[in-house]
Design a protein around this ligand. Structure first.
Ligand code: SF4
Length: 337
């Protein structure tokens, strides 16, 4: 696709984002369904199969890079250490915000709108201060941690529809490097540790998250404890399992651990999420898009995620690493502070 096509795509997706934001404020039920039950369930599958497509059209990334496109960004260089700190903050944000969905965001349009506003403003300011994607899209964005995990086997590379030239703002550049998340170059030790932690712990975190119901109103601190307890418990079980297997498995089989756990994480997500969308989840009604509990045969809600799971395991375990998310644009040398 040519650059002009990507610009139209960015505008279109940004307008959808704006529409959802307004809906969250004026018609919260519609906005919550559009955001949590349509957009968010589509994101993992898109990130697995076409991470570059998502990176080019993500509406918050469009907000973050607006100043850079207009020539108004201060284009400061971010040191590797500070960028690594920002990615750690992004991962903490991810793990803190997801459980809060149960007690706040899933049922409160205003709270979700405020969250999106805060994330967009942060992205805007970081994009104004720092060069290209270094501070937000390849730094503090909480979704970027999931992109690096699920997008570690890109299907094809797309034109980079944001960076007009490459100033090497991020080393290694997540968009231009053909590498799995947890196998980055040796000079990205923090990225390697963060990646390994998320890969090893995320399947259990997802499993634990689905064991908790949505609370429509705040009751007590016990409620807050519950929404964190299960995901954290799952995370710890998953970490223990991963590192025990790493010790026990023979060397030749260890290579399957990281892609296997990545496939497990995304498969578990859809194992629970697809039935929930049909009103047949662990807590019927939570995260429901259409109520199909009387109209589909009982095996359908299990069959679809099962087939998807086979596809994900094949994708992560069998496909070679062969494509970067995006094609690196022409390189322009700049000094790094
Ligand atoms: S392509 Fe270059 S300028 Fe763009 S994010 Fe990657 S390193 Fe930064």
């Amino acid at each position: 696709m040519k650059l002009q096509g990507w610009r139209i795509g960015q505008f279109f997706v940004w307008m959808i984002g704006l529409w959802i934001f307004i809906a969250l404020l004026v018609a919260p039920e519609l906005g919550l369904h559009a955001f949590w039950d349509v957009l968010i369930p589509l994101a993992p599958i898109l990130i697995v199969f076409a991470p570059g497509l998502w990176r080019n059209v993500c509406p918050i990334s469009t907000v973050s890079l607006f100043n850079r496109h207009r020539g108004w960004s201060m284009q400061k260089r971010l040191s590797r250490k500070r960028q690594a700190n920002l990615t750690t903050v992004g991962m903490i944000l991810l793990l803190v915000l997801i459980p809060l969905r149960h007690t706040l965001f899933n049922t409160n349009g205003m709270a979700t709108a405020v969250l999106l506003l805060i994330l967009s403003l942060t992205a805007f300011v970081l994009g104004w201060l720092y060069d290209w994607k270094s501070a937000w899209c390849a730094g503090m964005c909480p979704v970027h941690q999931v992109e690096k995990l699920y997008g570690s086997r890109a299907g094809s590379s797309y034109l980079n529809a944001h960076c007009r030239s490459c100033s090497n703002c991020s080393i290694p550049c997540p968009d231009s490097t053909v590498k799995g998340f947890v196998n980055p170059t040796a000079n990205d030790k923090r990225g390697q540790k963060n990646g390994l932690f998320l890969c090893a712990g995320f399947p259990g975190f997802i499993w634990g998250w689905f064991q908790v119901p949505d609370y429509s109103e705040w009751n007590s601190m016990v409620q807050l404890g519950t929404v964190y307890l299960w995901p954290i418990l799952g995370l710890l079980i998953s970490l223990t399992l991963f590192f025990t297997l790493k010790k026990l498995l023979p060397g030749s089989s260890r290579q399957y651990l990281i892609p296997g756990f990545t496939a497990l994480a995304v498969s578990l997500y859809y194992w629970y999420r697809i039935p929930a969308l049909m009103g047949l989840g662990v807590y019927p009604g939570d995260g429901m898009l259409v109520d199909l509990h009387d109209s589909v045969p009982a095996y359908v809600p299990a069959l679809i995620p099962f087939l998807l799971g086979i596809l994900f395991f094949w994708w992560f375990l069998k496909r070679p690493l062969e494509a970067s998310w995006l094609i690196r644009p022409e390189y322009i040398k700049r000094e790094r502070s």
